[in-house]
Design a binder for this molecule. Structure first.
Ligand SMILES: [Zn+2]
Length: 208
C-alpha cells in the first residue's frame, strides 16, 4: 500500500480517541440547548437530542469511510480515452473545524487518465467522504487531490472548491455572499499554465 493512501485512511479516525456512546452524545446536546438558554425538557425539544445525533451520523459519515472505498472500482483498458475528464458542480456539504458551522459550495475535479479511469459518481463520493468530516477548505481541497493522485495515478489532477462559510456569513463579520475559492494542481496541471487555463475556462470560474 502506498504511503499516501495509508495516511488518508488513518486520518479518518484517530485510534486513541474513545468514541462516546449515543446516550453521552445526546446528553451533550441537552447541555448545549440549556447553555443557549432554552429548556431541553420542553415538548418541542424533547426528541431534539436524538435527532441531532442521527443528523451527526450522516453529516460526519466521512470518519467511517475511506478514499479507497469511494474510488473502489476503476476501469482499466479504456485506452481509447486519454483526454481531460472534468466533473463540475459536485455539491460540497462540510463543516468548518473552527466553529463546526456549515461550509456549502461546489467542487470541480479534473484529471488526465493514466492507466485507469473512474466512474463519474465516484468522484462525487470522494469529495463527500472528505467533506463529511470537520474541515478547512484548504485541507479538503488537498485531501481530494492527493487521493485522486494516489488511487487513480493520473497524469495530472486539478481540484477547485468554491464555498460559502456560514461561520463568516451568519456570525462574526457577516460577510454576506462571500465565497472562498481554493485550487490545487498536480502533474501536467501543475507544470503547464495552458492546462490550468483550460481547466479554469472549462469550469467557467473567475480565475482571480
Ligand atoms: Zn469557521
Amino acid at each position: 500500500m502506498n504511503t499516501t493512501i495509508t495516511k488518508l485512511t488513518e486520518s479518518a479516525t484517530s485510534k486513541d480517541v474513545k468514541r462516546p456512546g449515543r446516550e453521552e452524545a445526546e446528553a451533550a446536546v441537552r447541555t448545549l440547548i440549556a447553555w443557549a438558554g432554552d429548556d431541553p425538557r420542553r415538548s418541542g425539544l424533547i426528541d431534539t437530542p436524538a435527532r441531532v445525533v442521527d443528523a451527526w451520523k450522516e453529516l460526519y459519515a466521512g470518519y467511517d469511510r475511506t478514499a479507497e472505498d469511494a474510488l473502489a472500482r476503476t476501469f482499466e483498458d479504456l485506452e481509447t480515452y486519454d483526454d481531460l475528464v472534468l466533473v463540475r458542480d459536485i455539491p460540497v456539504y462540510s463543516h468548518c473545524e473552527h466553529h463546526m458551522m456549515p461550509i456549502v459550495g461546489q467542487a470541480h475535479l479534473a484529471y488526465y487518465p493514466g492507466d485507469s479511469v473512474t466512474g463519474l459518481s465516484k468522484l462525487a463520493r470522494l469529495v463527500d467522504t472528505f467533506a463529511r468530516r470537520l474541515q478547512s477548505q484548504e485541507r479538503l481541497t488537498s485531501e481530494v487531490l492527493d487521493a485522486m493522485d494516489a488511487i487513480l495515478k493520473p497524469r495530472g489532477s486539478a481540484v477547485m472548491i468554491e464555498a460559502e462559510h456560514t461561520c463568516m456569513t451568519m456570525r462574526g463579520i457577516r460577510a454576506h455572499g462571500a465565497r472562498t475559492t481554493t485550487t490545487r494542481y498536480s502533474g501536467v496541471f501543475a507544470n503547464e499554465d495552458g492546462e490550468q487555463n483550460r481547466f479554469v475556462t472549462l469550469v467557467g470560474a473567475d480565475p482571480s
